[in-house]
Design a protein around this ligand. Structure first.
Ligand code: NAD
Length: 693
């Protein structure tokens, strides 16, 4: 039963019952219409209250139903709203918890609204590249005024009902029993005999045209890659200038356009992919999670300090272990400095800083980790050091404690074998800065137990991370792909491009940062160390030598004041470097290449398809279990433009046959840069299929 009803003292109480947030799926919509018909037919009922209980009035469309035929079946949401709006008996929405999207649109179709002051009110559709398509753009401006409606609809961010208490949206905003208050409003409405409809109100604003023009300029500037915000504004403008029914037409047409845009498709793909990433095919919801109340972190360097902060922020006590008091003090100072920085920006109070620091226990003794439920290791990247740490952890950790390594390149199965409990071991690959970056690669070892995986997936949500499962391999999903991307960038330097052209092209494509600015930020020495290992382990893998030449000059990036670019003291602006550009040009001559003009299109295709090709390889090797996981890694961790949906989704939109054709074309050029499309990519392209279903 998704809607129940009862009658109290002449008022029908209709209660939505579709957990978790009363999504407006088909059964719920039908239930609403039936409950209304029942109340209208019952002569003892004089008014109707609709409530969703304490958790949510309604969170909007039932996302389990999106992309399914039920979503378009009658009664659709506009039909339900029209039924309530046209009710001959007054209807009052009693709003607690949430009224979002379609949930708010439904309430706007009722004659009165009463809300708890902390209820969250919003129209988040713009975040999926859409607009509210059930009258929200027409009724909200009439109810809350033009400026507030523009802010709410364009940002998609919810507002506490208390902040809207002065608007016409609510008859009452209360801190007492919301349903009781709604019953009182319902009785008053029945007594007055009036039926108020938001659609009959006008949008209030002394200078609507002037306001809308300036809003348009601001929105256009802020949403260059997103068509939805401007279409939202078009619809709101129609609410100001046109009769209600024509405004609804404008809204409906904009919705029909937006749902077809590549940007909305990409945003919806990203939304669903993030949810899907949390689900592991062979780890069912029935797998019980282990409790994580205390965490240990080993190593208080760059990563250990940031990793600790994640747990402290979530209120989980951390014991931080180091080898020397000096290193421990440095780690503690880093954490405190970060927190105080946030306090200066007003993001934390001084009291919160102390609270978090108070949850942190520094130690030099392994015995102090014996109560930890999860221990994350972030020491030097060497097997001998990892072995020493994991064998000591094995000796002191309580049975059932989860032992995690933050290694970026080492074999997690080999690390697990340093213990007598490989089922409790996995990789937790945080990204730097670990307290800021959203992405967390969860590295599943051969022996990792299912409940260990279920536990860390649940914990990652608690600490605000976007977790994606990766199998064991050098570089896992993200770094294995980025290596191929960097290789192509290097070959382009050899063939005729310069760092600033490549960065500009990738940034114009939508990346937050091009590969060379990123290298200068992360430190070019990291890639150098990896390549030195590759020259020994995989001598057949070719690289441009320009990056090695750069590192031989000590140009590691921002931290040494020079990298692919020149930097001025105290300034992170990247200035093209004549010295580096000459080095690159000389190197082309040295290896016998005649430099040629390279188009931005070629740069984008070679770099992005390098990601796609390695992604296909990862799928084939089952390192990534679905293409959408790869997309999430790139969206959450590598600055891939979200409006393109991630590399695999982007390749799908281009067409895999075109990707293969382009790879073949470029593969014929510079000999060292030869590449082969991955078998899975070829197979899908030939079958006319896509990576994402
Ligand atoms: P770091 O050099 O900044 O810190 C390592 C810390 O570990 C040092 O403070 C050191 O004193 C301590 N340490 C060394 N041996 C120890 C031992 N036996 N017991 C306790 N502490 C010990 O290194 P980092 O950049 O923080 O990297 C740590 C790990 O995280 C490595 O495995 C690295 O590959 C991985 N990682 C690094 C990054 C990054 O961007 N820096 C990103 C992801 C993963």
């Amino acid at each position: 039963m998704s809607v129940s009803h009862e009658t109290r003292d002449g008022v029908a109480i209709v209660t939505l019952q579709n957990p978790p947030v009363n999504g407006l799926g088909l059964a719920t919509r039908r239930g609403l219409v039936e409950a209304l018909a029942h109340a209208l037919a019952d002569a003892s009922v004089e008014a109707i209250v609709v409530t969703g209980g304490a958790r949510a009035f309604s969170g909007g469309a039932d996302i389990r139903e999106l992309n399914r035929p039920e979503s378009g079946m009658e009664p659709t949401l506009p039909t339900v709203i029209a039924a309530f709006e046209n009710s001959s008996k007054p209807v009052v929405a009693a709003i607690e918890g949430l009224a979002l999207g379609g949930g708010l649109e439904l309430a706007l179709g009722m004659h009165h609204r009463v809300a708890g002051s902390r209820a969250q009110i919003g129209l988040p559709e713009v975040k999926l590249g859409l607009l509210p398509g059930a009258g929200g753009t027409q009724r909200l401006p009439r109810a809350v005024g033009l400026e507030t409606a523009v802010n709410m609809i364009i940002s998609g961010a919810p507002v506490a009902a208390g902040k809207l208490a002065q608007s016409r949206l609510f008859d009452r905003v209360v801190d007492t029993d919301v349903v009781q208050a709604a019953i009182e409003v319902a009785k008053e409405a029945a007594a007055s005999g009036e039926l108020h409809k938001v659609r009959d109100w006008t949008v209030e604003h002394p200078e609507a045209a002037v306001f809308l023009a300036s809003a348009r300029t601001a929105v256009a500037a802020a949403s260059a890659h997103y068509p939805a915000p401007l279409r939202c504004l078009d619809a709101i403008e129609a609410a100001v200038n046109l009769p209600f029914d024509q405004g609804i037409e404008t809204e409906r047409a904009a919705f029909a356009d937006l749902i077809q845009t590549p940007e909305s498709k990409a945003l919806r793909h990203a939304f669903f992919s993030e949810r899907a990433a949390g689900k592991i095919a062979d780890v069912g919801a029935d797998v019980a999670v282990r409790e994580v109340k205390q965490v240990g972190v080993v190593g208080a360097g760059t990563m250990g300090a940031g990793i600790s902060m994640n747990f402290l922020n979530a209120g989980i006590p951390v014991t931080l272990l180091e080898t020397s008091q000096d290193a421990l003090d440095r780690g503690l100072a880093t954490i405190r400095r970060n927190y105080e920085g946030s306090a200066k920006k007003g993001k934390l109070t001084a009291e919160q800083v102390e609270q978090r620091m108070g949850l942190l226990t520094p130690t030099l003794e392994y015995a102090d980790l014996k109560h930890a439920d999860l221990i994350v290791e972030a020491v030097f990247e060497e097997y001998s050091v990892k072995e020493s740490v994991f064998s000591q952890l094995d000796a002191v950790a309580r049975p059932g404690a989860i032992l995690a390594s933050n290694t970026s390149t080492l074999d997690v199965d080999r690390i697990a074998a340093f213990t007598g409990r490989p089922q409790d071991v996995l990789g937790l690959h945080f990204f730097s800065p670990a307290n800021v970056m959203k992405l967390l690669e969860v590295v599943r070892g051969k022996a990792t137990a299912k409940d260990v995986l279920a536990t860390v997936m649940a914990l990652s949500k608690k600490i605000g991370k976007t977790a994606v499962v990766s199998g064991v391999c050098d570089g896992f999903i993200g770094n294995r792909m980025i290596e191929q991307y960097s290789r192509q960038a290097g070959f382009l330097l050899d063939e005729g491009a310069l760092p600033q052209q490549i960065d500009r092209a990738m940034e114009a494509f939508g990346f937050a940062m091009g590969p060379f600015r990123m290298g200068d930020l992360a430190g070019n020495d990291i890639g150098w160390a990896i390549r030195k290992r590759r020259y020994v382990e995989k001598p057949h893998m070719t690289y441009s030598k320009t990056a090695d030449l750069l590192c031989e000059l000590g140009r590691y990036g921002q931290k040494t004041g020079a990298g692919w670019y020149d930097y001025r003291p105290g300034d992170r602006t990247a200035h093209p470097s004549q010295l580096v550009n000459e080095l690159i040009e000389r190197h082309s001559t040295d290896i016998g290449l005649v430099r040629r003009a390279i188009s931005d299109g070629e740069i984008v295709e070679r770099l992005v398809y390098a990601l796609v090709n390695e992604g296909a390889q990862l799928l084939q090797e089952d390192i990534a279990s679905k293409a959408s996981d790869i997309d999430i890694v790139y969206l959450a961790g590598y600055g891939f433009p979200v409006w393109r949906g991630g590399p695999m989704f982007y390749a799908d939109t281009v067409g895999l046959d075109k990707v293969v054709a382009a790879m073949r074309r470029y593969g014929k050029g510079h000999e060292g840069a030869a590449w082969e499309p991955a078998p899975l990519l070829l197979q899908l392209a030939e079958a006319g299929r896509t990576f994402n279903p």
